[in-house]
Design a protein around this ligand. Sequence first.
Ligand SMILES: NC(=O)c1ccc[n+]([C@@H]2O[C@H](COP(=O)([O-])OP(=O)(O)OC[C@H]3O[C@@H](n4cnc5c(N)ncnc54)[C@H](OP(=O)(O)O)[C@@H]3O)[C@@H](O)[C@H]2O)c1
Length: 261
Amino acid sequence: MKPVTLITGASAGIGAELVRIFAQHGHELVLVARREDRLVALADEIAAAGPPRPTVLAFDLEKRDTVARIATELAAHGLEPEIVVNNAGFGLAGAAGGLDRDAQLGMIDLNIRALTELSLCFVDSLARHRGGILNVASVAAYLPGPGMAVYYASKAYVLSFSEALHREMSHRGVRVTALCPGPVPTEFQARSGMRVDRSQLILTLTADRVAQIGYDGFMRGKRVVVAGLGNRIAVALLRLTPHALLLPMIERHMRDPRGSS
Ligand SMILES: NC(=O)c1ccc[n+]([C@@H]2O[C@H](COP(=O)([O-])OP(=O)(O)OC[C@H]3O[C@@H](n4cnc5c(N)ncnc54)[C@H](OP(=O)(O)O)[C@@H]3O)[C@@H](O)[C@H]2O)c1
């Protein structure tokens, strides 16, 4: 079986940039997301630059049977994961009690259930190839998020789960890294219904920069990679601030981000 790097959420944003970086470093790729046309265009771009053409799997990871179907497809192509990059995810802005409940449960299915299943499903092949798992969490993992409660909680799960796996899997030679970006301008903001927050410009990094930082940290075997100095300082401050102080500040900020448009 040929070892591959499987990247979810490869059709846009941080995921598409991770695809470009992994391809530049010689990894043979499998791209997963729902929009097949985007994946095919990216696979064509990679192949035109020289590396082998990535395999495209257009699947909806919110569906319960998708990871099993991915495993079947990989086996049918003679492929097995050496690295799994769980990047697909989305958020929804608004009070949890007022947002659509099914959409929020779908977010849990993608951000948590699919990520967990993909992290556990291929452990034997990851260990055989001494590969690993790169899970995309967020700076949001470090605090509760009134105004985006389910999303923040889902990222807290990703961080906690990935740190524990880092420890559990190290004795099998499998590296596990949680990548925590701060704000990154992608399709994420429009899908989540967030307003543009100019006060966070100082923390903002481009998707290609975040992907490069994530790749470098993962290859060095880091447990957690917070992207960018500003976000590392923010995380350090967040850890020192009592939640009783933080919660009303976050809630106010979500409702009325300074300089929003
Ligand atoms: N942007 C930020 O400010 C930011 C900050 C911190 C963390 N993050 C995290 O970074 C990751 C990537 O986000 P991004 O900013 O790059 O967002 P993005 O531009 O919206 O890209 C999200 C990717 O996930 C895929 N996806 C969404 N729903 C899916 C589903 N049901 N099944 C399969 N694939 C699905 C999308 O592809 P399809 O629509 O084609 O399926 C797309 O490729 C997410 O986990 C996000 O939580 C983002």
